[in-house]
Design a protein around this ligand. Structure first.
Ligand SMILES: [Zn+2]
Length: 257
């Protein structure tokens, strides 16, 4: 089955540390490949307690969009679990260079468990089994190196706009049929480098994906009931917009071309 499962929808420090929402990242199963994106705190537990259970040994790759803890905390244990404790060398791990070089979030001794570590770069193109993905532009407005993803399967295209502040023409880089946006803030903040609801609206209105999914919610979004905001946005701009919830699964075949 081709699907995306949200193992968590928490964004930024407070929602994560209080676990108001879970923070396990996103599990993608597409054209025979299983990929875990941004395994934040609790990712392993979320996989193992998922119904049906998601067995990390079935993973073919792990992608970190950036090194912040809410995206990378469980990366080492997930690599161990993907490789059967390091006994079965397999899989590819993708991460920006600042997750690997100084003060790395991926431990040196764990790296030899996987087939390959690939460094994410601007305009990079990558493959995991039958699926490919690209990182069109470096999100420099987030304090660390961060990348959104355009993932392509045989019939599906999925764009994930990872953490960033809004920058001009961001929408031009993410044209997938399914568009997932990390919307941390309800309103713009001059000091917090994250997308807000208004930014998401602008991007969705411009790109008109078949489905837009809001996720990675900070406190201001949670308090404002993201499911209601998504419904209002849908009606306002005429594009199907939903708010992700913990454990939510999307059947990608429904949105194939
Ligand atoms: Zn971040």
């Amino acid at each position: 089955m081709n699907k995306i499962k949200f193992l968590g929808t928490a964004g930024a420090r407070f929602v994560v540390m209080k676990q108001l929402r879970k923070s396990g990242g996103v599990w993608l199963s597409l054209d025979g490949a299983n990929v875990l994106i941004d395994p934040g705190p609790g990712s392993l537990i979320r996989c193992l307690t998922s119904k049906p259970k998601l067995n990390p040994i079935n993973l073919d790759g792990i992608i970190l969009t950036h090194r912040h803890l809410d995206h990378s905390n469980d990366v080492n244990i997930m690599i161990e679990a993907m490789t059967n404790g390091g006994w079965k060398k397999k899989g590819i791990v993708f991460a920006p260079s600042d997750a690997l070089d100084n003060d790395p979030v991926i431990l040196e001794y764990i790296r030899k468990y996987v087939d390959k570590i690939e460094v994410l770069k601007e305009k990079g193109k990558y493959k995991i089994k039958n699926i490919s993905f690209s990182t069109p532009i470096k999100h420099v407005h987030h304090g660390v190196e961060s990348y959104g993803l355009n993932i392509s399967g045989k019939k599906s295209s999925i764009s994930i706009i990872a953490d960033t502040n809004y920058f001009k023409d961001i929408e031009k880089h993410y044209k997938g049929d399914i568009l997932i946006i990390n919307v941390v803030r309800l309103e713009k903040s001059p000091t917090i480098e994250h997308l807000c609801l208004e930014d998401a609206e602008k991007i969705i209105k411009e790109n008109k994906p078949k489905l837009a999914i809001l996720t990675h919610f900070g406190m201001t979004m949670i308090k404002a009931k993201p499911w209601e905001l998504a419904e209002k946005l849908s009606k306002k701009i005429g594009v199907k917009v939903i708010a992700a919830s913990d454990g939510m699964e999307i059947d990608l075949n429904e949105y194939c071309q």
